[in-house]
Write a protein that binds this ligand. Structure first.
Ligand SMILES: NC(=O)c1ccc[n+]([C@@H]2O[C@H](COP(=O)([O-])OP(=O)(O)OC[C@H]3O[C@@H](n4cnc5c(N)ncnc54)[C@H](OP(=O)(O)O)[C@@H]3O)[C@@H](O)[C@H]2O)c1
Length: 502
């Protein structure tokens, strides 16, 4: 690990992600004094702009989107590090000019100058930008100076296994795996990082984390939003590529992995990949039996009426894009044999919530004849009510033994305060210090695509089942879990929700 980074180049600097997330995250790092004196930010997009024009726009975005109170002096300092460079992504001459500019501004002050390239652009540009960086020799390793460039990719990394491999081949011509930072911002969420602490720093949980005690696991990523302004991307991606192949596989592998031998990035990733490799071989025929795709119809979110997906702007009225997917998977190893993992994600569902639910076996004998105790559950709330709920059975006061289930809640924000670092603050900091733990290694991407290629192909010609906006998804998804004698545990507001004002 080294900290001599001095050029941070953002491709796509006029885009939504840069304005809403990256610039505010850089502001946070400036305020926290995490940026070195010689750190320069080169913001790259295709419009003509002066440095001053861009700095003005950037400071407006930071004032608008910063999570923390903006201090004038700090903002001024950050703005003085920012430069703007016009590059049309397909124009090699623009890259030559960019190279000269980068050399000019990094020349005097950087001894071991490293460059970090952040591709905050649509994925269709990833290969083109990498190829052009290579051609103009902007990203080459400088062995003399021991400079160590890095590149960051937004998701999705490829749209299937073949395109992901092609992209990876082109990237690895310029960068080694330890220079490549594939982002899955879910990994930087506090409660996701907390998962490993919950599991491996508590002797009361880990011994029970296996098939002997766990009946099944549910992972839900539910959104109330519709497609918004992303129809162009979403029509091609759908819920499988947008959420399940990446965010949900990260959650599944963290929940399913064995204890790593250390918290080093590679030790953790080795165990995560082992989970993906232990998923049974799926064929299009058998995966269809354990999956359901859906598309939202008309309905209401709260009191607001909303239109069906195929009536949204930019969406084909006969669109077959799935806005919902449910999938049952089993991890074929000693730890999990016979324990189903039910995954579901969708847009325009009843509530916004990401949860991992561990459902324990029923007690093996019936001691209380009048009352049937519920299965114990642990609910790990990733968002929006970050925390953990343990649900267990207790006696209702009175002469008779009546059993009811009760909750023990850990509210993350009540305990640690509301200002947890934002995912991008953490991710930018980690890339600067060269820590890849929260980023996705190539074999994680590759093994995830192997599964989801099959799922996508299996449903290629299927018409997604319609579900009402504001519901919990299509009826077929209920049947998927009910035929196993189980049911979806829908997200509920925890006891501390009012306290958080959410
Ligand atoms: N937005 C989010 O919250 C979010 C969250 C997670 C992941 N992502 C991912 O982040 C990436 C960027 O998303 P975004 O929402 O920020 O996209 P966006 O708003 O469409 O921005 C794209 C950026 O690329 C530039 N650009 C496009 N074509 C170009 C060309 N031919 N030459 C030079 N510049 C060009 C645009 O410049 P112009 O202004 O000139 O068009 C703009 O700066 C995507 O891969 C997305 O999937 C976004």
């Amino acid at each position: 690990m080294t900290e001599h980074h001095c050029i941070f180049a953002i491709f796509g600097a006029t885009g939504d992600l840069t304005n809403r997330k990256l610039l505010p995250a850089l502001y946070y790092l400036e305020q926290e004094r995490q940026l070195k004196e010689d750190f320069r930010i080169v913001c790259i997009a295709r419009k003509d702009k002066t440095h001053e024009q861009y700095r003005k726009e950037a400071t407006e975005s930071i004032r608008r989107f910063s999570r923390i109170k903006v201090q004038g002096e700090v903002l001024k300092k950050l703005a003085s590090r920012i430069y703007y460079q016009k590059v049309e992504f397909s124009d090699l001459e623009d890259y030559n000019r960019l190279k000269k500019f980068v050399e000019k501004i990094s020349g005097q002050s950087c001894v071991n100058c490293e460059r970090i390239f952040y591709l905050a652009v649509p994925a269709s540009f990833f290969s083109m930008i990498v190829d052009n960086l290579r051609t103009v020799k902007l990203a080459e390793r400088d062995h003399k100076k021991q400079a160590y460039n890095r590149i960051m990719f937004e998701k999705p990394f490829g749209s299937d296994l073949k395109s992901a491999k092609e992209l990876n081949n082109s990237v690895t011509k310029v960068f080694d795996e330890e220079q490549i930072y594939r982002i899955d911002h879910y990994m930087a969420k506090e409660l996701v990082q907390n998962l490993l602490v919950l599991r491996f720093a508590n002797s009361i949980f880990e011994p029970l984390w296996n098939k002997e005690y766990i009946d099944h696991i549910q992972i839900t990523v539910a959104e109330t939003l519709g497609v918004e302004a992303r129809a162009n991307y979403y029509e091609k991606a759908g819920a499988i590529r947008d959420v399940m192949q990446n965010h949900m596989m990260q959650l599944l592998s963290l929940v399913g992995m064995e204890a790593p031998k250390s918290m080093d990035a590679d030790d953790v990733k080795d165990k995560k990949v082992k989970v993906l490799k232990s998923l049974p071989k799926l064929t299009e025929k058998n995966i269809k039996k354990v999956s359901v795709i859906g598309q939202y119809g008309n309905g209401a979110i709260g009191n607001d009426k909303v239109a069906a997906y195929n009536k949204e702007k930019g969406v084909d009225k006969n669109s077959k894009a799935e806005t919902y997917v449910a999938l049952k998977l089993e991890i074929n190893n000693k730890m999990w044999k016979g324990v189903p993992f039910y995954l579901r994600t969708g847009k325009r569902l009843k509530d916004r919530s990401t949860e991992i639910i561990i459902v324990y076996h029923k007690v093996p004998f019936k001691l209380f004849s009048k009352s049937d105790p519920e299965k114990n559950m642990m609910i790990i709330r990733v968002q929006p009510y970050e925390g953990i709920t343990l649900q267990f059975n207790a006696k209702v006061p009175g002469k008779k033994v009546i059993i009811d289930n009760v909750n023990m809640d850990f509210c993350h924000e009540c305990k640690f305060g509301p200002n947890s670092p934002e995912a991008y603050e953490r991710l930018l900091y980690d890339v600067m210090i060269g820590d890849q733990t929260l980023f996705t290694r190539w074999d994680e991407v590759e093994n995830a695509w192997k599964i989801f290629d099959v799922l996508i192909n299996a449903h290629k010609n299927s018409k997604p089942s319609k579900y009402e906006s504001g519901s919990w998804g299509p009826k077929q998804a209920d049947k998927l879990i009910e035929k196993d004698g189980r049911e979806w545990v829908h997200p509920q507001r925890p006891s501390y929700a009012d306290q958080l004002g959410k």
